[in-house]
Design a protein around this ligand. Structure first.
Ligand code: HEM
Length: 493
């Protein structure tokens, strides 16, 4: 049957339209206590009114904009966010089973869980005595996790208040807790001029696909994708199971839900900086420091300011970086782009994870099934003077990576395995210029040397060996973020 028209009040707020407003975000991973599964489902009814929908996110964005305008008119300086808080909930396959929800949801990667796929994702690890692959993850992510509650806010105080309310609903601090906290991870937007930049220093959150009829005004260059690439049950959602793939029907409660891929990614920032310092691109007219900056920009595909190297190949252009009307308007389709790495290395992180025009030769929709909506946040402190001086990481920091899609095998998993880790991608490039690994997230199980070509625009066949992985996965899981009606009518009792 044709689904009813999309209602943004039904969709959890982190999935679309820029996601939950966040200066700080708590990711609360929990397990349902065996003795209180029924209580969990009855108490879930009390959590539902706290869940933030996309409609509310958009409303908050409008309020914030109005406030900003008013402040500007009155020349007042106010905090960047009104007192705003967001709550979302999602469940792992084990969580659904624990609640007795056993319908086949139609996603093999979700059914299997991330831990069982860690080897194929290329995560660092080793074979355990029983022959199974054991990734180097923190122990919490090897335990059973049933669900993830996201709490975002303008301050720790707002988030803590909301978390206390949620813990109260689930009797967490009593003798008979309904849920146990497995691990709690807190992410923070970096401060000052690093606001919105990930820990290597690059502006993040610039490029996400626009979802048809939701993101009303896409920016130039921003791909508009069918709703069903992100939302289950909407046009463009085409679930299959098995090999050969057989089309499957999702249960009706899956409508307007989305799969959430969570990755706990550590970043070795001093080591990354050391590598750039020791391997500057030498081009006449550039200082050593500028050569190092150019290398960093070519590994990512954007300068730290956000300016894409495809548009600004040799020098940063911060005005371009901050201009949403221009900073996504590139396609790797300049006449010299498809067969040379003059503007952008084939393996740059951006080009690997969204190859834009590189796939035009396979038809206009070749890219579409593999688009994801990213909604992560940085975690951990700034690099300390001691870490900078010794060029060695001492404190954990990185990215709480969150991506939404209606099909994990085609979305996050495909981007990581078939693009970033695949040295021959993008395809049909000159034979002596094998693209190599995505230098930011491309990986191998043994964490060995990774190679890519074309980092030096003047010597494009020369390979660069990366001495180590600067992004190290330490855990993760796949979750399903149901619609609010599904939470109310199917999940809660
Ligand atoms: C874009 C960094 C992990 C997929 C970006 C950008 C940066 C960045 C700086 C440019 C900002 C933007 O265009 O919005 C990182 C870092 C990571 C990481 C430091 C790990 C710590 C991942 C992972 C994936 C991914 C795990 C997926 C498997 C993407 C995609 C884009 C992107 C799809 C947008 C590309 C485009 O549309 O041009 N990333 N990223 N990233 N990243 Fe990552």
């Amino acid at each position: 049957p044709t689904p009813p028209p999309l209602d943004l009040g039904n969709i959890q707020g982190d999935i679309l339209a820029g996601g939950l407003p966040k200066k700080t975000e708590t990711c609360y991973f929990f397990r349902i206590n065996d003795a209180y599964v029924h209580d969990f489902r009855t108490q879930l009814a009390k959590l539902v009114p706290l869940i933030t929908s996309t409609a509310e996110v958009l409303d908050d964005q409008r309020k914030q904009l109005a406030q900003n305008k008013k402040d500007a008119a009155e020349k007042k300086i106010t905090p960047p966010l009104l007192k705003i808080c967001g709550v979302n909930i999602s469940f792992s396959t084990k969580g659904l089973k624990k609640m007795g929800i056993t319908d086949e949801i139609g996603d093999a990667a979700f059914d299997a869980g991330m831990l069982s796929g860690a080897k194929d994702l290329g995560d660092i690890g080793h074979s355990s005595p029983n022959g199974q692959f054991d990734p180097d993850w923190v122990p919490a992510f090897k335990q059973e996790i049933h669900g993830l509650i996201l709490i975002t806010g303008d301050s720790y105080a707002t988030a803590a208040e909301k978390l206390a309310e949620i813990e109260h609903i689930f009797r967490v601090k009593t003798q008979n807790p309904i849920i146990h906290e497995v691990i709690r991870l807190v992410g923070d937007v970096r401060s000052g001029k690093e606001k919105g930049h990930e820990h290597f220093g690059f502006q993040d959150g610039i490029s996400n696909p626009a979802v048809k009829d939701v993101d009303a005004k896409p920016n130039p260059g921003q791909q508009v994708i069918p709703q069903g690439i992100i939302l289950c049950g909407r046009p463009g959602d085409a679930p299959t199971l098995g090999t050969p793939a057989v089309p499957v029907h999702r249960p009706s409660w899956a409508l307007d839900g989305s799969f959430l891929s969570f990755r706990y990614l550590f970043q070795l920032v001093p080591e990354f900086n050391k590598f750039l310092k020791e391997n500057p691109i030498t081009i006449t007219g550039l200082t050593h420091e500028q050569g190092s900056e150019l290398l960093g920009a070519r590994l990512v595909g954007r300068w730290k300011s956000g300016a894409p190297v495809d548009l600004a190949p040799l020098h940063d252009d911060p005005v371009l970086g901050q201009d949403p009307l221009r900073n996504n308007d590139f396609h790797y389709t300049f006449p010299d782009d498809q067969q040379t790495q003059t503007r952008c290395p084939f393996a740059a992180h951006l080009r690997k994870t969204n190859p834009r025009g590189d796939l035009d030769q396979f038809g206009p929709n070749a890219l579409t099934p593999h688009r994801i909506v990213r909604s992560g946040i940085a975690f951990g402190p700034e690099v300390t003077p001691a870490e900078a001086a010794t060029e060695r990481t001492q404190l954990p920091r990185g990215l709480l990576f969150i991506a939404y899609q209606s099909n994990i095998e085609q979305g996050f998993q495909f981007v990581q395995q078939s693009w970033s880790n695949n040295t021959k991608f993008p395809p049909k490039k000159p034979a002596n210029e094998v693209p190599g690994f995505d230098p930011i997230i491309g990986q191998t199980n043994n964490g060995g040397v990774r190679t890519l070509s074309g980092t030096n625009p003047n010597s494009q066949t020369t390979d660069l060996n990366l001495d180590k992985q600067w992004v190290v996965p330490k855990g993760g899981e796949y979750f399903f973020s149901p619609s609010i009606p599904a939470l109310k009518n199917t999940f809660a009792l």
